[in-house]
Design a protein around this ligand. Structure first.
Ligand SMILES: NC(=O)c1ccc[n+]([C@@H]2O[C@H](COP(=O)([O-])OP(=O)(O)OC[C@H]3O[C@@H](n4cnc5c(N)ncnc54)[C@H](OP(=O)(O)O)[C@@H]3O)[C@@H](O)[C@H]2O)c1
Length: 329
């Protein structure tokens, strides 16, 4: 008897954008020893997904075709590998799917136990589907790269979050405010009130001269910047940083890698630090618990059914989402 089939969205080659996505019926994946098989209820999209398709992240993230994109999933455990201890069939979970094998935009997906976390029944699938990549990146930038303590202890720091209306930025503002921080944020005019409601102390419209110059309205210098926009030369950050100011660049370009190296070689106190997410299950559980406690929320830009995944893909490529784009199954 043949293997059971499921609906999935995949592509067969680099490029092609939304039109390159194909709806197919493929066999269900089989969990290996340390994996869980999840019936997917919702998936969150990230710029990472279409950047892989555009070959922008090659050779760091090569694709084996046909490739099913999607890393952020929420669903129910159907089956567990022999070595899995923490989960059992029927458990509701949030997981990060290994981007090298892919698989999130499908009715069933496998994820490592180590990067799967429990989802409480009071949190909806769509609010948790945004957490894995965007939430964990914001958390890693704040706690590991900058050293903010989210229990509010630690010395006060002035933080700038750019693109605070985006997936990473909107989590970064909320998480930063759990620490002892003053948060300045940039976003478009239409999102200023939203970003203030997330906790930002001051917000700048990025299309104004002060916004383009990243200047704090109150004249504050930044101890750290969580930079969620692609580009910006070092000369824009430099005059806005404190003596030991640090820019965490989550979309590092070759120019920013050069700046990173130069700052290191010249023992500069002001630094630019590239960030690549290293997802961890315990960090994901921490974020889910914050959602449950009402301390972190996901702003949902839009929801699409899996049958309209290409529309969600186009929306993400467009670069103007407010919060997260979610695909529901
Ligand atoms: N290094 C890593 O591991 C890692 C992890 C996650 C994400 N990333 C990268 O981080 C970047 C951000 O990801 P994301 O998911 O947050 O993206 P996103 O959700 O697509 O960001 C969209 C938001 O950015 C705003 N925006 C665009 N240009 C802006 C500007 N110049 N100033 C202020 N806001 C601006 C848009 O506002 P308007 O609509 O008003 O224009 C929109 O709300 C992407 O390049 C992504 O690939 C890297």
């Amino acid at each position: 008897m043949g293997k059971k089939l499921m609906h999935a969205v995949q592509y067969d080659s680099y490029g092609g954008g939304p039109a390159g996505l194909k709806h197919v019926e493929v066999p269900l994946p089989t969990p290996s020893k340390d994996e869980v098989l999840i019936k997917v209820e919702a998936a969150g999209l990230n710029p990472f997904d279409w950047k892989v398709q555009k070959r922008m992240l090659w050779p760091l993230f090569p694709c084996k075709f046909p490739y099913i994109p999607g890393t952020d999933i929420v669903g129910e455990v159907m089956e567990v590998g022999q070595g899995v201890r923490k989960f059992k069939p029927g458990d509701k979970v949030v997981a990060f799917v290994n981007p090298f094998s892919g698989g999130g935009l499908a009715e069933f997906a496998v994820a490592k136990e180590s990067i799967t976390a429990s989802r409480p029944s009071e949190s909806s699938a769509s609010e948790c589907a945004g957490l894995p990549v965007a939430g964990l990146t914001a958390l890693q930038a704040l706690t590991k790269s900058i050293g903010i303590k989210l229990d509010g202890s630690g010395e006060r720091k002035n933080i700038l979050v750019t693109a605070a209306s985006g997936g990473v930025g909107h989590y970064a503002v909320q998480l930063a405010k759990l620490g002892n921080t003053h948060v300045t944020a940039t976003c478009g005019a239409r999102n200023i009130e939203l970003v203030k409601s997330l906790g930002a102390d001051e917000v700048i419209d990025y299309k104004t001269p002060d916004g383009a110059a990243l200047k704090s309205p109150s004249g504050k210098k930044y101890d750290a910047v969580i930079h969620c926009v692609v580009g910006f030369p070092w000369s824009t950050f430099e005059p806005n940083l404190t003596m030991n100011g640090k820019v965490v660049d989550i979309s590092p370009s070759s120019a920013s890698m050069l700046t990173f190296a130069l700052k290191k070689l010249t023992f500069s106190k002001k630094q630019l630090v590239p960030l690549l997410l290293i997802p961890k299950g315990e960090d994901l559980q921490y974020l889910i618990d914050l959602v449950k406690e009402g301390k972190l929320k996901t702003v949902v830009d839009s929801k699409y059914p899996l049958t309209k995944a290409e529309d969600a893909w186009a929306k993400s490529i467009d670069g103007h989402a407010t919060g997260k784009i979610i695909i529901e199954f």
